[in-house]
Design a protein around this ligand. Structure first.
Ligand SMILES: [Zn+2]
Length: 98
């Protein structure tokens, strides 16, 4: 398969995955992609999206199931606290623990 076809297939898959997401999940994913390192804790995501923390946790669970994000222990880009954070899979070139 040529790289153009591979890229198109990947884009189609991403589009399909995003279409199936709830508004909160799509908003969480968009927010994570706009910030450096694509890492934030659920409280900062909730504050940014102006939605309930519980709804953010539900959207994170949805994104994990969709394979879009993962949870790890790191510094939140926004509040700088070291805690459990959500991170997009695309933005994870660094080794664990950095
Ligand atoms: Zn935070």
């Amino acid at each position: 398969m040529s790289s153009a076809v591979t890229e198109a297939t990947a884009r189609t898959r991403e589009y399909a995955a995003r279409m199936a997401l709830s508004d909160a999940a799509a908003g969480t994913l968009s927010f994570l992609r706009t910030i450096p390192d694509s890492v934030a804790c659920e409280e900062c995501v909730a504050a940014y999206l102006a939605i309930d923390r519980y709804d953010v946790l539900k959207s994170i669970r949805e994104l994990i199931v969709a394979g879009q994000v993962l949870c790890t222990y790191a510094d939140c880009t926004i509040c700088r606290e070291r805690r459990l954070v959500v991170q997009t899979r695309a933005g994870r070139p660094r080794p664990f623990g950095k």
